[in-house]
Design a protein around this ligand. Structure first.
Ligand code: CP3
Length: 343
């Protein structure tokens, strides 16, 4: 099969398909017993990410079980800070932990010197996945967007209000810009290498875009992502790129017109009709079922799946969730979703 016959790639080049391609953000993970098994064998989460055969296995598990149209590389957005030399670890029940950046001078410890060497297992995993992927399935590579990654680097983990990262950006925008610029450079290089290793589509996750007022959102989210896109497309003009500026609200329109993206992943809150009117003539849309509705199941879930298909399915559209699948999601609900979307 030619790559242009793949449903996800066709939609990202602007085609509307009668049955939309389907994949789910965080489709590999703890809701799958087979994932919990490899996760246990790997020891730690980062060990799983950095052992190519295991990362490839985790990537392929949801494809075997559900036959999704796309596989997403099993890794994490926080491998980029690790590649830059920041200490990153995952604690059971605590989520990601990083040796937090505290002041301007901490930035000088970060470097691209060993970046590709540290991330080489990721590139090798991509090669293994491509070799085992069904012909119709597209492999998506990904990275976190600079702002979201910077927020973890400064907060030292997850955060409720992002007060340290936002205060840094407000008080010392020049030094915050240095960090963002470094992440633009690292992320562009990282994505280019992923394409060279075999990734066919890329997605950038800006999970925390929505915490900024408009002008800051443009500066710290839209602008850096636009720069990354332009660098990746300079090297690989044909690789389709999806952006997920979660919480961007009305600014989704600016992402559609200014970022150069081929697709936008809509978060759960984005109104369908507005998105169809203001975005879908410019970019392919992906989304946006509430992950909690997939977890809940039942008639409200089934109605919403039908509504999303109806409202967005007439244009270029990829069915997905509005954020990552939750660990306690019943597997039967995922099977039902596959039937509803394809049936
Ligand atoms: O299946 C896939 O989508 C591919 C793998 C993937 C993971 N993380 C695996 C993972 C992807 C695309 C991500 C992206 C990611 N990671 C984001 C952006 C998307 C989003 O959800 O907003 C963010 C913010 C992170 C950072 C991160 N990684 C957090 C906050 C956590 C802890 C929360 C949690 O779910 O445990 C992680 C850990 C993580 N990343 C897990 C997985 C499967 C769980 C770790 C485990 O198995 O112990």
């Amino acid at each position: 099969m030619n790559s242009t016959d793949k449903a996800l790639i066709r939609v990202l080049s602007g085609e509307s398909l009668a049955t939309p391609p389907l994949w789910l953000m965080r489709q590999a993970g703890r809701y799958l017993p087979e994932y919990r098994e490899v996760r246990k064998d790997a020891g730690s989460f980062l060990e799983l990410c950095f052992t190519p055969a295991l990362a490839a296995e985790a990537t392929l598990q949801p494809i075997r079980r559900f036959g999704f149209d796309a596989a997403i590389l099993f890794s994490d957005i926080l491998v980029v800070p690790h590649g830059l030399g920041q200490e990153v670890w995952f604690e059971e029940g605590k989520g990601p932990q990083l040796a937090a950046l505290k002041e301007d001078s901490d930035l000088s410890a970060l470097s691209l010197a060993a970046f590709h060497e540290r991330l080489d297992p990721v590139y090798r995993a991509i090669g293994l996945i491509r070799a085992d992927l069904p012909a119709k399935t597209t492999l998506i590579g990904f990275a976190g967007a600079p702002w979201t990654v910077a927020s973890y680097m400064i907060e030292g983990g997850s955060s409720k209000d992002f007060s340290r990262a936002k205060t840094w950006a407000y008080r010392a925008p020049e030094s915050f810009q240095k960090l963002i610029d470094l992440l633009v450079d690292a992320t562009a290089q990282y994505l280019i290498r992923q394409v060279e290793a075999g990734a066919e589509v890329l997605q950038l996750f800006d999970s925390w875009a929505g915490v900024w007022p408009t002008d800051q959102l443009r500066r710290w989210c839209l602008d850096p992502m636009r720069q990354i896109l332009s660098r990746v497309k300079e090297a690989h003009p044909d690789v389709p790129i999806i952006l997920f500026p979660r919480g961007a609200g009305l600014l989704y329109r600016d992402f559609a017109t200014e970022s150069g993206a081929d697709g936008l992943a809509l978060d759960t809150t984005m109104p369908l009709r507005w998105s169809r009117r203001h975005l879908q003539d410019k970019v392919a849309l992906q989304g946006n079922l509430d992950p909690l509705l997939l977890l809940a199941g039942g008639p409200v879930f089934r109605d919403r799946v039908a509504t999303i298909k109806e409202e967005l399915g007439k244009g270029a559209f990829v069915f997905n969730l509005g954020h990552g699948i939750l660990p306690s999601t019943p597997i039967e609900h995922v099977s039902e979703l596959v039937e509803l979307v394809r049936g």
